[in-house]
Design a protein around this ligand. Structure first.
Ligand code: NAD
Length: 470
């Protein structure tokens, strides 16, 4: 019986432990019942996983910044260390990978892990291009049932996710017609000033940021040599070369992603950042897969920086419980219109709104507000959940994945199908933004059908030597 098979059978048939010779311990802390995990990206967001991994065997630590190892090794002293995740994934005793690196490496690490039959928890966003999202999802669909995946959208375990879903599925807004999510973050590159600080302004065509003299609104200029401990070339990884600038590393643990994720080469801006969390709030309630159209409007195009203000809209076909719907994503203080004059949606930093034939539901990650509309909305049509049908709490989000690694077939809330579809839709919005017109999309082929030139924006060019699906 090989190690992985042993792990699976002991986890599924927990009672089997009772038959083991005396002295063997039962339960998840039994010596053979721990996952051998590689943590890739050990600082910043990586720190948020230390606690949930403390009962597993972290056998490999990988970071492009060697300065991060001493602290991580204090927590996981038996781990081998690596600076190149490709070498790390060659370690023979791995069961699972937790990926907390930059967004431009997520789809690579996720794909490579699944191709090596390793479970994978990947921080959000799963991908930064439509092609990356489709590639990871396709790899996952071949491994589903055997491996466990989860994208780091941990807000999904907030009870409000279940409560909003119950309201929408129970018909509290009548027949669902449209749903919108928004996020108000405006993060600009190091050195760029806010042209409209704290100001809500959705006029089209406005230039939203102004440069300090000598700081172009593009990639950051060369600024000295990378520190010795940082393997800058590995940090760039598959992305096109950009000279080193400390501005890409300035925000500190847990917020450093806000130093680099607005650049096309390194991220997808707010789509990959709060967009992943906030669209999840909506996505969880609508049971959508992929859209058939996309259109978007935002800041004037900048070849280095993804739009800060942008609104995108998608058409989704009907499913077995609702008709076709329109989904919207608004970012950078562009907002959907409030359904009533007395509700200022701009006061909700990150939220979602569901519009139906009989009412509107507005929510953020914690709270929800139902507004029945018109005389017909007497709520008799609404079926509240009963104690039998109320959705159970999800529990600890990271641990849900660990349990699923040990019990193949257990479903995780944000697996690579659910999250892959969600991020593909959002990233298609960026394609429509660049194409500048409404796109018709063939979700099976993954191609734009009415604007051939838009297809070039579905993927991106990688540096020589880097393979997405290796
Ligand atoms: N789920 C959440 O709520 C949440 C919160 C913050 C960040 N994040 C995500 O976590 C990821 C990391 O964000 P961060 O702010 O910690 O960024 P960061 O720049 O601090 O990177 C995290 C760590 O990964 C290392 N790293 C970077 N590229 C690497 C590579 N190719 N190989 C190995 N190590 C590498 C860095 O040196 C650093 O130690 C981002 O994708 C971000 O979207 C998620």
């Amino acid at each position: 019986m090989n190690r992985r098979h042993f792990l699976k059978t002991t986890a599924v048939a927990g009672a089997g432990w009772l038959l083991l010779p005396s002295g063997a311990r039962a339960g998840k802390n039994a010596p053979g019942n721990k996952l051998n995990v590689a943590l890739i990206g050990v600082w910043g967001r990586g720190l948020a996983h230390y606690d949930s991994l403390k009962d597993e065997n972290v056998v490999a630590l990988c970071d492009v910044n060697e300065e991060r190892f001493p602290e991580a090794l204090k927590k996981f002293p038996n781990a081998k260390t690596y600076v190149d995740w490709r070498k790390c994934l060659e370690q023979k005793d791995l069961d699972a990978v937790v990926c907390c690196t930059t967004d431009h490496t997520h789809a690579f690490i996720a794909n490579w892990s699944l191709n090596r039959d390793l479970h994978c928890y990947c921080e959000k966003p799963l991908a930064i291009t439509v092609e990356e999202a489709r590639t990871v999802r396709a790899t996952w669909m071949k491994k589903k049932g055997k491996l466990a995946t989860q994208v780091g959208m941990q807000r999904h375990s907030n009870p409000n996710f279940n409560r909003t879903r119950e309201l929408i599925r129970g018909g509290a807004v009548g027949n669902l017609e449209a749903a919108y999510a928004w996020g108000n973050r405006q993060v600009r590159p190091s050195g760029c000033e806010y042209s409209h600080p704290n100001e809500y302004d959705d006029k089209p065509g406005i230039v939203f940021f102004k440069d300090k003299p000598g700081v172009p609104a593009g990639y950051l200029p060369e600024a000295g040599e990378p520190p010795k401990n940082l393997k800058y070339d590995l940090w760039l990884g598959p992305s096109q070369f950009q000279p080193y600038n400390p501005g890409y590393f300035e925000k500190g643990p847990g917020a450093n992603c806000l130093s680099w994720n607005m650049f096309w080469e390194f991220g997808a801006g707010q789509i990959g950042d709060m967009g992943s969390h906030t669209m999840d709030l909506l996505w969880n309630c609508v049971d959508a897969a992929l859209p058939t159209s996309a259109e978007a409007k935002g800041d004037p195009f900048n070849p280095a920086i993804t739009p800060i203000k942008c609104a995108s809209h998608f058409e989704h076909p009907a499913n077995d419980w609702r008709g076709p719907i329109r989904i919207g994503w608004y970012q950078g203080r562009v907002m959907p219109k409030s359904p009533v004059s007395w509700l200022d949606l701009t006061k909700i930093d990150h939220g979602a709104m569901f519009k139906g034939s009989k009412g509107v539901l507005v929510c953020d990650f914690q709270k929800r507000l139902l507004i029945p509309v018109g005389d017909a909305a007497d709520m008799t049509y609404y079926k509240p959940p009963t104690t039998e049908t109320v959705l159970p709490p999800l529990g600890h989000f990271q641990k849900q994945w660990i349990e699923a690694c040990k019990n193949p077939g257990l479903k995780t809330a944000c697996d690579f199908e659910y999250s892959g579809n969600m991020v593909e839709q959002l990233l298609l919005g960026l394609v429509a933004y660049r194409a500048g017109k409404k796109l018709q999309y063939d979700p099976v082929a993954g191609k734009v059908t009415n604007c051939p030139e838009a297809n070039q924006y579905l993927g991106k060019k990688y540096r020589d030597g880097w393979t997405l699906n290796g």
